[in-house]
Write a protein that binds this ligand. Structure first.
Ligand SMILES: Cc1ncc(COP(=O)(O)O)c(C=O)c1O
Length: 450
């Protein structure tokens, strides 16, 4: 076996799928088997696997200027163009953009910029960040501590105490409701918990709250109606900034430009990566409002520089990839396409799976969705150690569909945005076969409640 330390992998796992090439929404393994990439890689290959326009834009840029850093007085056209383009797109007031290479480092950048900003305005005590249970924000030191999934914390001694991270309730009604609580009562309870927590901590010590508008890795949680409205009112009341992690939701995924648009969030800060370049070249963006940037200017003068930056911040080929990707989104109306095909996907999923004995909840918006697999449809009881998720993921793959089991027993769907309705049908036919087979396999093991 090649001496690779594989990311987010059980080192005792022996089965690996070696992919060789891709075309549209399909990928092919080294034996020539064809699969639908139902998770767009890792929620990222929005334009599918054979977009020559993006490839050509990258190649052209590599021929012209394969690298230029952007430290201390250096710039280049693609980074300036991309920043202007994003500024015009995002719902952030007079946006300023810091470019990085991954969603994780972009969240670390925000974490540091928040400290920098509050130090600059003479409020160094405003440093705590609220994150949510089940949130996923990456794996670097700060982002990894903002993440709340057990596997990302255990044995890394995370969260790091010094980062002052607070954890709020997960907004997942299906798994976190109490007794006969209605959705409205659930929202009221968890927002009350949050307000109590804010008051106990002292609002003047809390800088921001980070949220994925719709979560990904924690199981595609779509918070109930009224949640974000109440949440934002609370955060504004106590002077806490709203930080939207759009690493998965950004650029059409939820059937609108941003998850914030779909969920009615007015963010102060935004994080992007993945679909910003359709994953054809690594790039991320940490976006702050102009008033935050302005406040940081004097401090950089005092120290000499804004002492934060990556060698590859604004890599010219990455910027070229992002510019072409954004141009294609606009030219081909891909956000509208995602809304249209997404509505079809959501309707079909509910039609096929709502009454399935293995499925407790069908959820999602636009072109992101999940099935919650349960051992008892009446009580919603789950399976130990992600047994159903692992079984379904394997059986999907055996049926020519690559999906991902997340949060134990949820199966997530997040196909490339270019998927057609006919391809959705093909994907769901394969999914149904795999979910039926999973039910049989789990029943044979005595894991389904009778
Ligand atoms: C919401 C969210 N934030 C941040 C990240 C981290 O991004 P990356 O894996 O590029 O570091 C992810 C990755 O899946 C994500 O889903």
């Amino acid at each position: 076996m090649a001496p690779v330390i594989y990311p987010t992998t059980n080192f005792t796992a022996t089965e690996q799928l070696c992919l060789e090439r891709g075309e549209g929404i399909y990928v092919f393994d080294s034996d020539g088997n064809k699969y639908i990439e139902g998770l767009a890689g890792l929620w990222c290959t929005s334009l599918g696997y054979s977009n020559t326009e993006v490839m050509d834009a990258i190649t052209e840029q590599l021929h012209k200027l394969p690298f230029s850093h952007t430290f201390g007085g250096k710039t280049h056209k693609p980074i300036m163009e991309l920043a202007e383009k994003l500024k015009a797109m995002v719902p952030v007031e007079d946006a300023y953009i810091f470019f990085g290479n991954s969603g994780s480092d972009a969240n670390d950048t925000h974490y540091k910029m928040l400290r920098y900003y509050f130090n600059a305005i003479g409020k160094p005590e405003k440093r705590k960040i609220i994150t949510r249970e089940r949130g996923y924000h990456g794996v670097t030191v700060a982002a990894g501590s903002l993440t709340s999934l057990p596997a990302n914390l255990a044995h890394f001694d995370a969260p790091l105490e010094a980062l002052s991270i607070l954890r709020a309730d997960s907004p997942h009604y299906y798994t976190a409701r109490q007794g006969n609580e209605t959705e409205a009562q659930f929202v009221e309870r968890i927002l009350k918990n949050l307000e109590d927590q804010i008051l106990a901590e002292d609002p003047d010590t809390i800088a921001a709250m980070i949220v994925e508008p719709i979560t990904g890795a924690s199981g595609v949680i779509v918070p109930p109606e009224g949640y974000y409205e109440g949440l934002q009112a609370l955060l504004r009341k106590y002077g806490i900034l709203v930080w939207a992690d759009e690493v998965i939701c950004g650029f059409g995924r939820t059937g609108a430009d941003f998850g914030c648009t779909t969920m009615g969030i007015k963010p102060d800060l935004m994080t992007f990566a993945k679909q910003l370049s359709s994953a054809y070249f690594p790039i991320s963006a940490s976006i702050i409002p102009g008033w935050m940037y302005e406040a940081m200017i004097n401090q950089t003068n005092e120290v000499g520089v804004f002492g934060h930056g990556y060698t590859y911040s604004g890599h010219p080929a990455a910027c070229a990839a992002a510019l072409k990707t954004l141009e294609i989104y606009e030219r081909d109306n891909l956000f509208e396409h995602a809304a249209d095909v997404g509505a079809y996907l959501q309707a079909q999923l509910r039609e096929i799976f709502t009454d399935h004995p293995l499925v407790g909840e069908v959820r999602g918006k636009g072109l992101i969705a999940a099935l919650e697999l349960v051992s008892n449809k009446t009580t919603g009881a789950s399976f130990d150690k992600g047994a159903a998720g692992a079984t379904a993921q394997k059986l999907c793959q055996d049926n020519g569909l690559i999906l991902r089991a997340v949060a134990g027993n949820a199966v997530a769907l997040c196909p490339p945005l270019i998927i057609t309705k006919a391809e959705v049908d093909e994907m769901l036919t394969r999914l149904k076969t795999a979910i039926d087979a999973s039910y049989d396999a789990l029943s044979d093991q005595g894991l389904i409640a009778s």
